[in-house]
Design a protein around this ligand. Structure first.
Ligand SMILES: NC(=O)c1ccc[n+]([C@@H]2O[C@H](COP(=O)([O-])OP(=O)(O)OC[C@H]3O[C@@H](n4cnc5c(N)ncnc54)[C@H](O)[C@@H]3O)[C@@H](O)[C@H]2O)c1
Ligand SMILES: CC(C)[C@H](C(=O)O)[C@@H](O)C(=O)O
Ligand SMILES: [Mg+2]
Length: 356
């Protein structure tokens, strides 16, 4: 049966990194005969320049029909002055909402070869293996907002956060199931000492925890969690949190392994799912051919695992990435003396060679 992948390169390094991941998927298809087909769609600033909108209807329709979506990244300084509703980032948010991608899985596993690149000492970071389960279509990202109004004679702006019990219940249940396949521990992260939404979050998590007595559940305030990630990352198994906290904590956790260019993600929905690196369009290195493609290649492994249920193929991609690192290949974000320097293309070719 045909498995149709909609590829959305986006902006900046998006084209370079999705090209790399598609090469990997094509090689996998030659070996595993999955029957992959590919279709390209526009989103982000590139779509805005071409069609006047960052998220064309065609892109949404194609994504809805796809077996899975592979997404690069969007955004760039050239679109900073575009009106907020048409900013490139609206494409990511719009797609997440349109596809109902309520769970964002951001695994942080520090490869042993990369421990020495971590900003943390090897003895602190070694053994870190965290799954961040981020709620993706609620919270302050999607609440009412006001870009500008005059209040008591001064200009102000506001964003409202709201979470409903069913929204928290479904993400918490997902986190429990994920923990059951790992080390049976869930840390829920909130700011319930200050925020009403966080108090509802914590009450709801506590209720779901009582229904899952085999899972050890604890709670942390987000400020403490940010600190704990830096001082004892190995204490975490699954972290479940809201949209904004998950965004921030996942960038922090990503550098445990030395570079944000290594961290994949899966955004899971009921219709289809979307796979993208957690980093952005990296305008500072776009077009230079030096972006680390591994986060996107590892996102394609998650696509094989979660959307296509091709576990062996997913493992083959992950093993090939490990092998490339073990052999000493490094893109500039991770390069040090004594290693083999690879640009985006070279790193991709090396990974392709190791796919079995
Ligand atoms: N999902 C997305 O599309 C997404 C995610 C995050 C940020 N953004 C957007 O991307 C643009 C740039 O944002 P930013 O600079 O804050 O974050 P960024 O993640 O794009 O870049 C942060 C730093 O990490 C480096 N980096 C990122 N990915 C890399 C890779 N694969 N290889 C090597 N180095 C890499 C960049 O060069 C930069 O120095 C903004 O417009 C932002 O809104 C988009
Ligand atoms: C680009 C932006 C809308 C997005 C987010 O904030 O969710 C990004 O930072 C991410 O982490 O995927
Ligand atoms: Mg982010």
């Amino acid at each position: 049966m045909e498995k149709h992948i909609v590829v959305i390169p986006g902006d900046g390094i998006g084209k370079e990194i999705t090209t790399a991941a598609v090469k990997v998927l094509k090689k996998i298809d030659e070996i595993y005969h999955i029957g992959l087909t590919f279709e390209y769609q526009y989103a982000g600033g590139t779509a805005y320049d071409k069609f006047g909108t960052p998220l064309p209807e065609n892109t949404i329709e194609a994504a809805k029909k796809a077996s899975a979506v592979l997404f690069g990244a969007v955004g760039g300084t050239q679109w900073d002055s575009v009106e907020p509703a048409l900013r490139p980032e609206k494409a990511v948010l719009g797609l997440r909402k349109a596809l109902g991608l309520y769970v964002n899985l951001r695994p942080v596993k520090v490869q042993k070869e990369l421990c020495e690149y971590s900003p943390l000492k090897p003895e602190i970071v070694t053994g870190s293996d965290i799954l961040i389960v981020r709620e993706l279509i609620g919270g302050i990202y999607f609440g009412d907002k006001c870009e500008s109004e005059i209040h008591n004679g001064v200009e102000r702006a506001w964003d409202l956060e709201n979470y409903s019990v069913p929204e928290v219940e479904r993400i918490t249940r997902f986190a429990m199931e994920a923990a059951r396949k790992r080390k049976n521990k869930v840390t829920s992260v909130d700011k319930s000492n200050v925020l009403a939404t966080s108090r509802l979050w914590r009450r709801t998590v506590t209720k779901i925890a009582a229904q899952n007595p085999d899972i050890l559940v604890d709670n942390l305030y987000v400020d403490n969690c940010a600190m704990q990630l830096a001082i004892r990352p190995t204490q975490f198994d699954v972290i479940v949190t809201g949209n904004l906290f998950g965004d921030i904590l996942s960038d922090e956790a990503a550098v445990l392994g030395g570079s944000i260019g290594m961290m994949p993600s899966a955004s899971i929905g009921e219709l289809t799912s979307l796979y993208e690196p957690i980093h952005g369009s990296a305008p500072d290195i776009a077009g230079k051919g030096i972006a680390n493609p591994l986060a996107t290649i590892l996102s394609s492994a998650m696509l094989l695992r979660y959307s296509l249920e091709e576990e062996s193929a997913a493992c083959a991609v992950e093993k090939a990435v490990d092998a490339a690192l073990e052999e000493g290949w490094r893109t500039p974000d991770l390069y040090k003396d004594g290693f083999k320097k690879a640009d985006t293309n070279t790193m991709t070719e090396v990974v392709l060679q190791y796919i079995k």
